[in-house]
Design a protein around this ligand. Structure first.
Ligand code: MN
Length: 430
């Protein structure tokens, strides 16, 4: 992470906040101010010795650089890495050698972000766990609400860690975990790619890093974590203790509902000597991009199988990088637009509305997409409506009890039966 930030300083993409900043709302307000812009380093946080950094993955370009790709290649790079996970080198030396025992989460500059937040939330924690039978490890990001000096609440959606936690509980055991805070941005991207169950996400991260990731064994939990990690919290997810978790501001910028979620007991905290705490603003650009970009890669792959030529895919910012997609294709036959929309919707259950456009429309410009809707789309012919499909828990307009939603496929490509020139933007020949 430090090396990456160093390179971004050279590029002029880092802002340093020198004045004393409070972890209560003030740091979050600056993160919001710089959202989608430079990396922000907080040099002096009130009541804390260590610095904090945010926005490391705050722009698309920085994420592309972190994974060794660019705007044209990142989808292919991500898909390749998911299919070619490679074991990282195991290093004898780890950066996180300072130990505080008994642990005190008060010593970490965990931020309080929004008005109605129930407390301070760790938003950049990568939870690494070994399966109960010891055969594999898993890494995934989970939000963590600070409940006390050595206690956290963890939100676990029903995926891999959830299954591992249930399996351990069935054996009457707590699930041992190491929580990494602060590591290379490609590690954060890799752990969000959702490879198959039992594939270690850090292997995907390592593939994205061209094999340069080094991991080290945790002293007390049977897992390997990035050796350059800033903080590592060792502990366990309780087999049966649950508490109210939330309300937390999610991708939508609105509050997620409160749920009963498991408790994490922190046994000890390992850190670098001059550790930098990493923060991610909930609902901010970094949060959206880390969630959305790996899904774009999946969508690109799915649409590529449905139509011959895909130019690009985009989970739009206005759609929270989660619900709305724009897909641009080179239309080669009547109906390609609809097939592309159906494939995109099928690639990700959270997707709600997909707009398919021709290759002349720039995906980065919402106004151009709207222009395609205005001049190339007829609701009666070009709209696909799918009622009662599986949706996302995060959409307050959907049936959040049954997690059902209505999906729309919007074919805004040029109609096949009309002369193409009628739809082309006029040019000034000068
Ligand atoms: Mn997994």
């Amino acid at each position: 992470m430090r090396e990456f930030i160093g390179e971004e300083i050279v590029r002029g993409e880092v802002v340093e906040v020198d004045r004393e900043t409070s972890t209560e709302f003030e740091a979050a307000s600056l993160m919001e101010k710089y959202d989608g812009g430079p990396i922000v380093i907080f040099e002096r946080l009130k009541g804390h010795e260590c610095k904090a950094v945010s926005g490391v993955c705050g722009t698309r370009e920085r994420i592309y650089r972190a994974i060794g790709a660019d705007r044209d290649t990142y989808c292919a790079r991500l898909s390749w890495a998911v299919k070619n996970p490679t074991p990282p080198k195991v290093s004898e030396e780890a950066s996180f050698v300072e130990v505080s025992e008994p642990p005190s989460l008060d010593r970490l500059p965990v931020l309080r972000h929004y008005e109605k937040d129930p407390g301070r939330y760790i938003t950049s924690g990568i939870v690494v766990a070994r399966s109960a039978d010891g055969s594999f490890q898993n890494a995934s990001i989970h939000r963590l609400l600070v409940l006390g000096k050595d206690k956290l609440a963890i939100r676990i959606v029903p995926r891999h860690l959830y299954a591992m936690h249930k399996e351990a509980a069935k054996r009457g055991e707590d699930l041992q975990v190491a929580i990494v805070i602060g590591t290379h941005p490609a590690v954060y991207v890799g752990v969000n790619t959702s490879p198959e169950f039992k594939v270690d996400e850090l292997w995907v991260s390592n593939a994205l890093m061209g094999g340069s990731l080094k991991v080290a064994k945790c002293p007390d939990v049977e897992v390997n974590v990035p050796s350059e990690a800033e903080f590592v919290l060792e502990g366990e997810i309780s087999k049966d203790e649950v508490v109210d978790e939330g309300p937390f501001v999610d991708l939508t910028g609105t509050y997620d509902i409160v749920r009963k979620q498991p408790v994490v007991k922190v046994r000890r905290i390992l850190r670098r000597k001059d550790a930098i705490y990493q923060a991610i603003l909930p609902g901010g650009s970094e949060h959206k991009l880390l969630m959305g970009i790996p899904k774009e890669a999946k969508m690109y792959e799915a649409v590529s199988k449905a139509v011959p030529s895909v130019k690009g895919v985009r989970l739009t910012n206005g759609g929270c990088c989660w619900f709305h997609a724009v897909v641009s294709i080179r239309k080669q036959a009547e109906g390609d637009g609809k097939n592309a929309a159906l494939a995109a919707l099928g690639s990700n259950p959270s997707l709600k509305h997909v707009v398919v456009v021709d290759e002349d429309i720039d995906l980065n410009k919402a106004e151009e997409v709207e222009w395609a809707l205005a001049t190339r789309f007829q609701g009666e012919d070009d709209l696909i409506v799918v009622r009662c499909a599986r949706g996302s828990t995060l959409d307050p307009s959907s049936d959040q009890e049954r997690i059902l939603t209505t999906k729309l496929g919007i074919d805004a490509t040029i109609p096949w039966n009309k002369p193409r020139e009628k739809f082309m933007r006029a040019k000034i020949p000068f």
